[in-house]
Design a binder for this molecule. Structure first.
Ligand code: DON
Length: 561
């Protein structure tokens, strides 16, 4: 395996060296620090290192990684999904929303039967689950604004990996087995992905051809022409809703990042249609309002978990009520993160007993996604989370084009009060409407200190993303953990509903004393259904970086001195 990787990446390095000779002039900022990366698989890490070594910016590396993960991380890396890219480039924050949108033919009740009951799995598996993909348009737009190396070169590693194949990591083979009961019946899924075997080489020639069209034509190589026709044909075969007009009409959107001061840091995070930035800011601020209560509490002790669960109840209640696509609903963002509002929410927290779910109302009148964090030598940063939603998405593979389509429609609230795959509920704010972006929990985040990057992080995990990001920040800043310890630590999660349920990382349980003490207080404390979170963290420590990839995943982190 190693020899093969070395050969591939020698080739990449040569390509990039050649590209650099033609690249525009150097970035304006002085070189300050080494580059650093934390990526969800070793192939992506290798690609990012090669791009950065060749003088690419953090965004160049992000674009190349996004395409390479679409080949080597098919559970979540994608062409057929969407996501969010948070950037800090040349001293400016920006947020690119390339989230999927509902097809024009989508309707509010499309997942209900004649009796108004939710049809099992319709929003989750197969053709009706598919929303209009955003990833390729997102990467093209990010590159247009912030790229330095030629687009064609950034596609080259992914094409090579698809053409020549890559050695299947064991976790990919395991993830495939887990999803097979859900996906095996979908025509085409086994044909394309059934051949994935641990330790064997997996080639994807049709995907390579799709990537070549994108390489040659940019976003038009996906949203128009042959790839678009193949997507539309696939939709017709299985009764999906995405049309040629949906594809050609898709546009990513630049938004202002959510920005707030917290303890002298500038926190940049995801605005709506993500719930993640608002939720993490609420948690960080609530924690400081409860500073007296938290003082001296040991990490993951019973009272620590209780107070955090009380905070999370309130945050998830707001999420369910107020959040959705800002193009369709008015979202009181400023009010939701205002200090006086958070102070009122803190006042309702019960220090000793569990607030009943029914008593926690919105205060104003949820497995597979992947995140990568990149810092370049100029101190620019990218925090990118993108997804097909659950592992391998809808399971629908575009025939002749070799890539999977998302099942992001399940992130809408298909019926008021009906939990989605991740158990989170929603209201009219997040009902299905044509052209609308479904509410997300993806939380790419950057913390700045005195205008310089202090931390870059994010995670998969559906609704648990928010708690993974929050707890990782606190592990570093309050418990003084190293990057490696902070991502590895046990995490726990509570989201208002199911009532009184606290779940924890299955492979790293909470201390048994904590579990017993919480049970005495009335909590149900259980391992989470899956190994939630795969945090990719870069952290500035004086003048150097620490980079860490969550040991729960198959990622790799490097500091590139
Ligand atoms: O946007 C969201 O919140 C979800 N579609 C993310 C899904 C996810 O993180 C799956 N990973 N385990």
């Amino acid at each position: 395996m190693n020899q093969r990787i070395v050969r591939l990446f020698l080739l990449f390095s040569m390509l990039f060296a050649a590209a650099c000779q033609h690249a525009p002039g150097p970035a304006t900022q002085p070189q300050t620090v080494p580059a650093a990366i934390a990526i969800a698989d070793a192939y992506g890490a290798q690609v990012a290192s090669a791009v950065l070594d060749a003088g690419g910016t953090a965004v160049d590396a992000a674009v190349a990684v996004a395409f390479s993960l679409a080949v080597t991380y098919p559970e979540a890396g994608n062409l057929g999904g969407g996501g969010f890219m948070l950037t800090w480039m040349d001293g400016q924050g920006a947020f690119l929303d390339y989230r999927e949108v509902a097809p024009a033919a989508a309707t509010r009740d499309m997942y209900l039967d004649a009796q108004g009951q939710v049809v099992d799995n319709l929003s989750l598996t197969g053709y009706k689950a598919v929303a209009v993909p955003g990833t390729v348009a997102g990467m093209s737009e990010a590159h247009r604004r912030y790229g330095r190396l030629p687009w064609k070169e950034l596609l080259a590693p992914a094409i090579e990996l698809a053409d020549q194949g890559f050695v299947v990591p064991s976790l990919l083979a395991v993830n495939l087995q887990e999803e097979l009961p859900r996906l095996a019946a979908i025509p085409g899924f086994l044909h394309y992905f059934g051949g994935l075997r641990n330790g064997e080489i997996f080639r994807q020639p049709e995907l390579a051809a799709t990537l070549r069209r994108i390489q040659a034509e940019g976003a038009a190589g996906f949203y128009q022409g042959e790839t678009a026709s193949l997507i539309v044909d696939e939709m017709r075969r299985g009764g999906g809703l995405v049309t040629a007009a949906d594809l050609s009409g898709y546009r990513p959107v630049w938004r202002e990042p959510l920005l707030a001061s917290w303890r002298g840091y500038q926190v940049l995070s995801a605005p709506p249609p993500s719930s993640g930035g608002i939720a993490v800011l609420q948690l960080l601020k609530l924690r400081d309002l409860l500073a007296e209560d938290f003082r001296g509490l040991a990490h993951n002790s019973p009272q620590y978990v209780h107070l955090t669960a009380e905070m999370e109840k309130r945050v998830y209640a707001d999420r369910a009520e107020y959040l959705g696509d800002p193009a369709f609903i008015d979202i009181p963002v400023a009010l939701l993160v205002a200090d006086d509002y958070i102070a009122r929410r803190a006042a309702g927290i019960d220090r000793r007993a569990i607030s009943a779910p029914g008593s926690v109302h919105p205060g104003l009148e949820p497995h597979d996604t992947t995140h990568f964090s990149i810092v370049d030598r100029w101190g620019n940063a990218v925090s990118n989370t993108y997804t097909l939603n659950t592992g391998f998405g809808s399971g629908v593979v575009v025939g002749g084009a070799g890539f999977l389509l998302n099942n992001e429609m399940d992130d809408f609230s298909v019926k008021p009060g009906q939990p989605n795959y991740y158990g989170v509920v929603g209201s009219a704010a997040n009902e299905v409407q044509p052209g609308k972006r479904m509410l997300s929990s993806m939380t790419p985040t950057i913390l700045l200190e005195d205008g310089r990057v202090k931390m870059v992080l994010g995670s998969p995990g559906g609704s648990t993303i928010i708690t993974s990001v929050y707890q990782t920040i606190v592990n570093v800043l309050d418990f003084g953990m190293s990057a490696a310890d902070a991502v590895a630590a046990t995490r726990f999660h509570h989201q208002l509903l199911p009532a009184d349920l606290v779940t924890f990382s299955p492979s790293r349980p909470l201390p048994s004393g904590t579990i017993q003490a919480l049970a005495k207080r009335g909590y149900r404390v259980q391992p989470h259904d899956w190994e939630f979170g795969d945090v990719q963290l870069i952290l500035r420590d004086a003048e150097d970086w620490q980079a860490a990839s969550d040991p729960r995943g198959r990622g790799e982190a490097r500091v590139l001195h």
